[in-house]
Design a protein around this ligand. Sequence first.
Ligand code: PMP
Length: 395
Amino acid sequence: MAKALDSFLEENLKLLKDQGLYNEIDVIDGANGPVIEISGKRLINLSSNNYLGLATNPLLKEAAKRAVDQYGVGAGAVRTINGTLDLHQQLEEKIAEFKGTEAAISYQSGFNCNMAAISAVMGKDDCILSDQLNHASIIDGCRLSKAKIVAYTHSDMDDLRKKAKEAAESGHYRKIMVITDGVFSMDGDLAKLPDIVEIAKEFDLITYVDDAHGSGVTGNGRGTVKHFGLEKDIDFQMGTLSKAIGVVGGYVAGKKALIEWLKVRSRPFLFSTAVPPGDVAATIAAIDMLMQSSERTEKLWENGNYFKEGLKRLGFNIGNSETPITPCIIGDEKLTQRFAKRLLEEGVYAKAIVYPTVPKGTGRIRNMPTASHTKEMLDEALAIYEKVGRELLGV
Ligand code: PMP
């Protein structure tokens, strides 16, 4: 190994460990369901984004197996050479129908979808107004585009309006985009899309919503844009197929011309091999299921509300979530880490989220009750919260 690399790694790995920012990776034995096993220990899983339990759904598994038998395990090429199977086309038609748009494009992940789509449209003569709490993949996509990035205070519409006006009146930019998460994953709050659309209309802003945590959850399962009835007003409805949908992939749904442009210009679509057929078939089955019935989404909300009420009753601060995402705000970083460790020892797997992912002093446990938890599992988790809360916080 080059000496420069050797000393870089040694120094920086030590630094991360000293700062408590080194991520240990937990390995799950078996499937990522409502109850998991880690190193032989049974744990109630409150950390998964498998919101509707579809990652282990038998119908999706069957669809994947059938597609593997018919098509094999790989797509064989990038989409623009000969990696586009009829399944990819079906999936994109399905996504457009699900999202109420003219067309859609799918990618290998939500992360590379943001990298791809933002940089395909925005460039060095443009400006992007980005919510301060947007996801890392949005931040990286914006950086890749080389556009001027202006962060606005989280969901502060006065700040957005002020910055949109400044950008529009400066005359420096050919295009201006406003970009936001639909659901903010650390607090569970919704973007103020009706206000954002109003500001966008006033200043001719391109609108981009990353609804990774909204699809399958908000708007009766159709997402946050649908929740607000703004399908006609949002240019980019971006989302992931890896959370509520349960599989893998990302997408943008929007007008035909936009999707056509992304298909010829977004680099991961042109230069990275297409999603394998088994995954695509499982995704089609998942979206079909969501279009036929909102039963799973309703169950998710029922469980979310049950768990939230339970934590509130025990005296915990659960913040201002508007979705089933349930933060339990502890505050101090070290105490939050200790809380998560005690939950784990007692049988609850829920991750501590601390600075820099969330602001200093707002350390929290992020809980994700899903549609596949039973009331008994949630009660068991609440009893453990009660025990650890009494021990560490005196609640
Ligand atoms: N956007 C947001 C808001 C996300 O939370 C995530 C996943 N953490 C992504 C994009 C990336 O999606 P994927 O995991 O499918 O790459």
